[in-house]
Design a protein around this ligand. Sequence first.
Ligand SMILES: Nc1nc2c(ncn2[C@@H]2O[C@H](COP(=O)(O)OP(=O)(O)O)[C@@H](O)[C@H]2O)c(=O)[nH]1
Ligand SMILES: Nc1nc2c(ncn2[C@@H]2O[C@H](COP(=O)(O)OP(=O)(O)O)[C@@H](O)[C@H]2O)c(=O)[nH]1
Lengths: 297, 297
Amino acid sequence: FNLNVLCVGRTGLGKTTLINSLFNENFSDTGVRSGETPDGNDQSLDEDTLGDKNSQVGGAVSMRNTVKIETQSKTIEENGVKLKLTLIDAAGFGDAIDNTDSWKPVLSEINSRFDHYLDQENRINRTKIEDNRVHVCLYFIEPTGHYLKPLDLEFCSQVHDKCNLIPVISKSDILSDEEIELFKSRISNQLREHGVTLFRPPVYKMDDNETIQTSKTLYEKMPYAVVGSNSFVKDPNNPELMVRGREYPWGIIEVENSNHSDFNLLRDLLIKQYLEELRERTAHELYENYRSKKLIS
Amino acid sequence: FNLNVLCVGRTGLGKTTLINSLFNENFSDTGVRSGETPDGNDQSLDEDTLGDKNSQVGGAVSMRNTVKIETQSKTIEENGVKLKLTLIDAAGFGDAIDNTDSWKPVLSEINSRFDHYLDQENRINRTKIEDNRVHVCLYFIEPTGHYLKPLDLEFCSQVHDKCNLIPVISKSDILSDEEIELFKSRISNQLREHGVTLFRPPVYKMDDNETIQTSKTLYEKMPYAVVGSNSFVKDPNNPELMVRGREYPWGIIEVENSNHSDFNLLRDLLIKQYLEELRERTAHELYENYRSKKLIS
Ligand SMILES: Nc1nc2c(ncn2[C@@H]2O[C@H](COP(=O)(O)OP(=O)(O)O)[C@@H](O)[C@H]2O)c(=O)[nH]1
Ligand SMILES: Nc1nc2c(ncn2[C@@H]2O[C@H](COP(=O)(O)OP(=O)(O)O)[C@@H](O)[C@H]2O)c(=O)[nH]1
């Protein structure tokens, strides 16, 4: 079956690295893949344009962002189940000088996938419906330690009722534990003030206390302060093993060390425990809302 | 005498922290000082505006950036000399959704300080001329590891011939040594392609080889990969001492450790070795160019 993950955030926040770390895969950096121009993915603003000795910089050239939706799919195995994982990347989001309406191409991607499903549902032969709907959106927050920026709030407000939104603090190894706690509480307040709802791990009647507590913790720890890595280091507990990590002159960060980041929490939510819930909420709540609104109008 | 340092970069890149670390001072974070709204310093886009249930988000509200120039001055002592250090902060730069022309308020600040000096020079009594010209501009680059973004290139192209420009890779502890090397070479190439000149430590006829080499190294190591900190940690070599640093579960970063960042190089350039050269180039080259152009037109 399918898992479609939408990743949104400015270039260089470690989106591709995080997906590779979560799924133990090797997705290529879409920026590089699409021939990233040194102007950071903004294909409408190439080197020659800016190079025109300021006759155009800040003037005649449109500095508008071009957000390109890029997808890559891989078949992976999780928990013994074959999964078609599709990474949907909003390349160029937030990278330009003027990022007005940069959420629009993303929202229309989510909607067109809903429309595509709607078409399939309406066919006579429905045995081969493929679920290409966006099951989860990971929104990458810059680790400033201060507050969410207008672009972050605008995007989250626009998509939270269309897909399961999980905000993450990217490259959180840059912040100390105290800075993370303060940053998280500010972010949560801002999101709440803007009426943004995040994916909430559901609780079932037959759940035991431990499961209820886990579900509660997973929700309260959002946004997840994550770390990812494409490189491997020696496991300090077992030098024979190699684990994902980042090596610095002052120490080694282990991606799967719960003291180093919330990576494990995100992986639990996304893959180990609530994968089905993410797909179900997409199908039964988010898609159904979209469908009813569409059929009424 | 005066040293006027202009700091430009998006909120949260550690500008205030770096200045405090360089000069052992306690400048306040201008964002906080000016009553930073949770929308990240963009006073034209306050919480209520965005909070209006999307009726205005992405639509009627102007998302334009409001860059506010904020200054703080302190009298400090460096090398036994009393120095009036002025920190000029371009608060809100690059923080909004639409950052078109965000370089303009900064350039006009530089120009108005030149104009102010021109006025003073033209007076009858010139004994009390105060030098408020911008002696150096530190431009803070986000540590993405990828490329400079259009906003970075646009800003640097606009100011490099008006003040001594020194770009720094902010919070560089986020990048490994290899990532820093690759990032630096890409940045240098982009700057060169855009005709951006950086401050170059001058070499004098009577300089010995060691001085010539130091000057060369200081130039070649730009942009400096810096780390700053407002907190102190035990000096590993001398646990009695406290040094500026950042403590993590996986290790301790020491700001003044040359293996951990280029902080010492920047401090050498800015304070210990080339402070006079920065002020002189401002007075004899940058200001004189400005003055001639102004008198001609
Ligand atoms: N410090 C740190 N660096 C990271 C992390 N994740 C990725 N990086 C580095 O950030 C750079 C950009 O990562 P990438 O995945 O290409 O970012 P993307 O443009 O958002 O897809 C690479 O040099 C990565 O090694 C992280 O969690 N912490
Ligand atoms: N990892 C890391 N964090 C830093 C560094 N410098 C500052 N910070 C942290 O980044 C946050 C923002 O710093 P601040 O100086 O207020 O940034 P400004 O908004 O650019 O003035 C604070 O939590 C600092 O502790 C650095 O070099 N490395």
